[in-house]
Design a protein around this ligand. Structure first.
Ligand code: G
Ligand code: G
Ligand code: MN
Ligand code: NA
Length: 253
């Protein structure tokens, strides 16, 4: 696609920017961080869907440049918020295949140092975990990131090939239940059971549970009742620009 040829250039020309979607600690009743989501506003074509350009970049080896851009921006924003005295966790999506990249660890370490962000304030949300092989150097990178203090989350849990096998193998602090289960759990009994049992399983393994796609108050109440740890979705906040995010944090619910 010609779109891809343009992505590198688009990043350099400032057409790619980050939206931040708040993450809400259910037990403490406050926003504790945000997920950084890449956005591309093309000067002629307008907004280009991230699922389109992210998937294309993943399949064509151009995901590294996008990821470095997102990491640097997101770490910078998180450091700025933390400097204001508001504890803030930033989550960045990372395609699991990038873990095999030998100097990813060095680049992340350098970015954290450059922005002076505590590694504990960075969460890497692993997507496309099926691309992580057993013998892969990726697992070694994950261990090194964990030793550094970076938090690891398994994204879109329950979909694709993110199976129990990955839950066992990946040293994740956090499980993100895919929004497809959460959105429909009050009308679909099997989705409710999936969410409930994933929370139980994750807690038994000592992991934090994040529910995505929390679209209304009733859904949030149900997750509270089920003992879910963190909620993300339109009921908490839509992906927003950095200014709006800072306003949200100062109001602190
Ligand atoms: O909310 P949104 O439409 O932004 O998300 C679309 C998809 O794009 C999601 O699956 C999300 O994980 C992915 N995505 C958004 N930003 C990034 C990014 O920086 N890196 C990767 N790998 N995926 C991203
Ligand atoms: O795959 P990942 O979870 O990283 O992507 C998040 C995607 O989900 C983004 O496209 C974001 O805009 C979208 N999203 C976030 N919250 C909600 C929600 O409550 N409902 C719906 N339908 N989409 C959501
Ligand atoms: Mn994600
Ligand atoms: Na997700």
């Amino acid at each position: 696609v010609s779109l891809l040829g343009e992505l590198d250039q688009a990043i350099d020309q400032g057409e790619v920017w980050l939206a931040y979607q708040p993450q809400y600690d259910i037990k403490r009743g406050q926003i504790i961080g945000a997920e950084a989501l890449a956005r591309w506003t093309h000067p002629h074509k307008g907004p280009i869907s991230p699922s389109e350009f992210v998937a294309a970049a993943e399949n064509n080896g151009r995901i590294a440049k996008l990821t470095d851009f997102v990491l640097d921006r997101a770490i910078g924003a998180a450091a700025a918020v933390n400097r204001r005295g508001v504890p803030f966790q930033i989550a960045v999506n990372l395609s699991a295949r990038l873990l095999s990249d030998r100097d990813l660890l060095d680049r992340i370490t350098a970015m954290l140092a450059a922005h002076d962000l505590d590694p504990r304030h960075l969460t890497l949300e692993l997507t496309e975990t099926a691309t992580l092989q057993d013998a892969d150097s990726g697992l070694a990178t994950l261990d090194a990131l964990t030793r550094l203090g970076v938090r690891i989350a398994i994204d879109d849990y329950g979909t694709g090939l993110s199976t129990l096998d990955y839950l066992k193998k990946i040293p994740a602090n956090e499980i993100k239940i895919d929004q497809s289960f959460v959105k429909s759990m009050r009308v679909n009994r099997s989705d409710l059971i999936m969410v409930q049992s994933t929370i139980a399983l994750a807690h038994s393994l000592g992991r934090t549970v994040v529910a995505e796609g929390v679209e209304d108050k009733q859904c949030l109440d149900e997750l509270t009742r089920m003992g879910c740890d963190v909620a993300q979705g339109f009921a908490i906040g839509r992906p927003m620009g950095v200014r709006e995010l800072i306003q949200r944090l100062q109001i602190r619910s």
